[in-house]
Design a protein. Structure first.
Length: 261
């Protein structure tokens, strides 16, 4: 399952390209080296953009609670099946999946404990729960924060719809409480990358207008678009940055013990 490149993502119909393409491209490449064994559940599959650009074949099941993005996901064909349901009450039997992925979703869910419990339940023993999202340092280096302080940092988290930005220690304790073992965890996305993401929220406004009016985030998603080519050139050095600290995002690979019932 090869990851999408930054050039691929910036040249396709990704939501608000300057805002999310950089982060999604970085996350996408992690999956090439991970134990993605089917059947796979995509928890919080949204409009199918990430799955379509990251995986060479459709994932087995996409689950999301919102109808409009699911209609778009159905057109993309990135999942063999789509289920409209709440992640805290998944309509699947115990031990239904070998892998559950949730890419930049859990930070938006207010009641997270039932969701983690459900992920454990639907996984087969030995299966993996793979997820990512902002860590506790997400707002620390925001440009606006240097000027307006914590008021701006709280506001930016609010417009990003973050209800949590938990540390690795918090996630390790939470996962252990539900029976998971952590097979791997790393921080990624530097302060510079996060500032590019921050600015993209503002400079991406024309993309939002295009989506609302014309139904398409990027009007000319191809190599002939000089704007996308310039965007790619400016983001490529950030995309190539190594993982590690200081960083503002956390990627976790958790495992349900083989001995679990």
């Amino acid at each position: 399952m090869p990851p999408a490149s930054l050039a691929t993502i910036c040249g396709t119909n990704w939501p608000n390209c300057p805002t999310s393409a950089l982060l999604r491209a970085v996350e996408s490449r992690f999956y090439a080296d991970l134990p993605i064994v089917g059947p796979v559940l995509d928890l919080g599959s949204g409009d199918g953009s990430f799955a379509a650009q990251t995986f060479a074949k459709p994932l087995d099941v996409g689950l999301d609670p919102w109808k409009p993005p699911m209609a778009e996901a159905r057109r993309r064909g990135a999942h063999a099946a789509l289920t409209l349901a709440d992640a805290a009450r998944m309509p699947f039997s115990d031990a239904s999946f070998n892998t559950v992925i949730s890419n930049s979703v859990l930070e938006h869910i207010p009641e997270i404990e039932p969701v983690v419990a459900e992920a454990f339940r639907v996984l087969k023993p030995g299966g993996h729960f793979i997820f990512c999202g902002p860590n506790e340092r997400f707002a620390e280096w925001l440009i606006g924060g240097y000027v307006l302080g914590n008021t701006y940092r709280r506001w930016f988290n609010r417009i990003a719809r973050h209800v949590r930005t938990d540390s690795e220690a918090t996630w390790r304790a939470r996962l252990a409480g539900h029976g998971f073992e952590v097979a791997g965890a790393w921080n990624y996305f530097s302060p510079r990358a996060t500032q590019a993401l921050e600015l993209g929220h503002f400079f991406g406004l024309p993309n939002l207008i295009s989506k609302k009016v014309l139904g398409q985030w990027v009007l000319f998603p191809n190599k002939a678009n000089l704007g996308l080519r310039a965007l790619y050139a400016s983001l490529k050095p950030i995309y190539d940055e190594p993982t590690g600290m200081p960083a503002t995002q956390l990627f976790v690979v958790a495992r349900k013990p083989a001995s679990a019932p």
